[in-house]
Design a protein around this ligand. Structure first.
Ligand SMILES: [Fe+2]
Ligand SMILES: [Fe+2]
Length: 314
C-alpha cells in the first residue's frame, strides 16, 4: 500500500451544501477511509452528528487546495468579521497542533511564520477582527491551544501598543514558542494533576532555559529568545530564572508574561474553574500586582474590551 500522509482539518471550517475542492477522509481503526471525494457536496445531515472540533483528514498533496479554500472564505464579502475570525482560528488550531507535534524544530519554526502572518494580515484587513479573535479562546489547556491563544493575545496587545507588522511577526512567533522548553521537561511532570513537589517544580522552572537553548540552536532572533527566556520574570524582580526587573525585561517578554497568565487564569483546568476575562484582569491587577508592566496591563484592558470602547469612541 502506498504511504500517503494526511493533515487534519476541523469540521467547523467546511461549508455544507457546496462542493469540496479536496478529498475528505475519516479515520477508522487507525486507517484513513475516503469519506467524500473532491467535487462532491458535504450534506449537512452527514456532519450533523459531528462536533465542531471533530476532524477530517486531507491528503498532504491537496494541502494547497485546502489553503486556497480557506483563503477564499477569509476574503468572502458574505462573511462578517466574527465569522472570519472564527474560521481563521479553527483552521489555525490544527496547524498549531501540527507545529507542536513536529519533532523537527526547524520545520516547526519555519511553519509558524505562515501561521502568524495569517493573523497579522487578518488584523490589518479587518479592524474589528482582533476583538473577535480574542473573544474566541477555547479555554482549553493543550499546549498548542495555550500557545496559539497566548500568541493571539500577544498580537492584540502588540498592535494596541503600536508594533509594526515586522515586530508583530517576531512577537507572535516568540509567544507561540514561549513554552517550547517544556519539550525537555518530563511528561509526567507536565501532565501531573496535583501540585508539583520541590524536585518536580525545579525541573519545571527550567523550561525557559531549555527553550532558550533550543531557540538559540536554531538561530532565532533575540526578541523570540527573550519571549521564551524571560516570560516568567516579574516586573518587581522576583521572577525566574534571572530575577530581572522592570525595563530589564524585554518588552515582548513583558507582553507574553501578561498574556500567558491571562490565558492560564481563563482556561479550565482539572482543578479549577476558569475566570471571566474581567475577573482575570482584576485578579492580575490586585492579587498579582507588581508582577506585570502596569502600562501593558492597562493596554490589555483595551485589547479585551476594545469592542465596547471602539463602539463608544466611533
Ligand atoms: Fe512558561
Ligand atoms: Fe505558558
Amino acid at each position: 500500500m502506498e504511504n500517503t500522509s494526511y493533515f487534519k482539518i476541523r469540521v467547523s471550517t467546511l461549508v455544507p451544501n457546496s462542493p469540496t475542492t479536496f478529498d475528505l477522509f475519516i479515520q477508522l481503526h487507525g486507517r484513513q477511509v475516503l469519506y467524500l471525494r473532491a467535487g462532491d457536496q458535504l450534506k449537512p445531515e452527514k456532519i450533523a452528528h459531528l462536533d465542531r472540533a471533530d476532524v477530517f483528514f486531507v491528503p498532504e498533496e491537496q494541502r494547497q487546495a485546502y489553503k486556497a479554500f480557506i483563503f477564499g472564505r477569509l476574503n468572502d464579502s458574505e462573511l462578517n468579521a466574527g465569522e472570519k475570525a472564527s474560521l481563521l482560528r479553527e483552521s489555525s488550531l490544527t496547524l498549531a497542533e501540527e507545529i507542536f507535534e513536529q519533532p523537527d524544530v526547524s520545520r516547526a519554526l519555519n511553519d509558524s511564520k505562515e501561521l502568524i502572518e495569517q493573523f497579522i494580515t487578518f488584523m490589518e484587513q479587518e479592524p474589528e477582527g482582533m476583538t473577535h479573535l480574542v473573544g474566541l479562546s477555547s479555554h482549553d489547556f493543550y499546549t498548542y491551544n495555550h500557545s496559539l491563544d497566548v500568541s493571539i493575545y500577544s498580537l492584540g496587545l502588540g498592535s494596541v501598543v503600536g508594533y509594526s507588522s515586522e515586530e508583530l511577526g517576531e512577537l507572535g512567533r516568540g509567544a507561540l514558542f514561549h513554552d517550547i522548553g517544556k519539550r525537555n521537561v518530563d511528561v509526567e511532570i507536565i501532565c501531573k494533576k496535583g501540585p508539583l513537589d520541590d524536585i518536580e517544580w525545579a525541573q519545571m522552572q527550567k523550561h525557559p532555559q531549555f527553550g532558550l537553548r533550543l531557540l538559540t540552536d536554531y538561530g532565532c532572533s533575540e526578541a523570540m529568545r527573550a519571549c521564551c527566556f524571560e516570560h516568567h520574570e516579574s516586573f518587581l524582580g522576583n521572577g525566574y530564572p534571572q530575577r530581572l526587573s522592570g525595563q530589564e525585561i524585554h518588552p515582548m517578554a513583558r507582553i507574553v508574561a501578561i498574556t500567558d497568565t491571562y490565558d492560564a487564569l481563563t482556561t479550565k483546568r482539572s482543578y479549577n474553574q476558569p475566570m471571566s476575562p474581567a475577573d482575570a484582569l482584576e485578579f492580575m491587577k490586585t492579587k498579582l500586582a507588581g508582577k506585570y508592566d502596569p502600562d501593558l496591563l492597562d493596554a490589555m484592558y483595551s485589547v479585551l474590551f476594545r469592542m465596547r470602547e471602539a463602539g463608544a469612541a466611533s
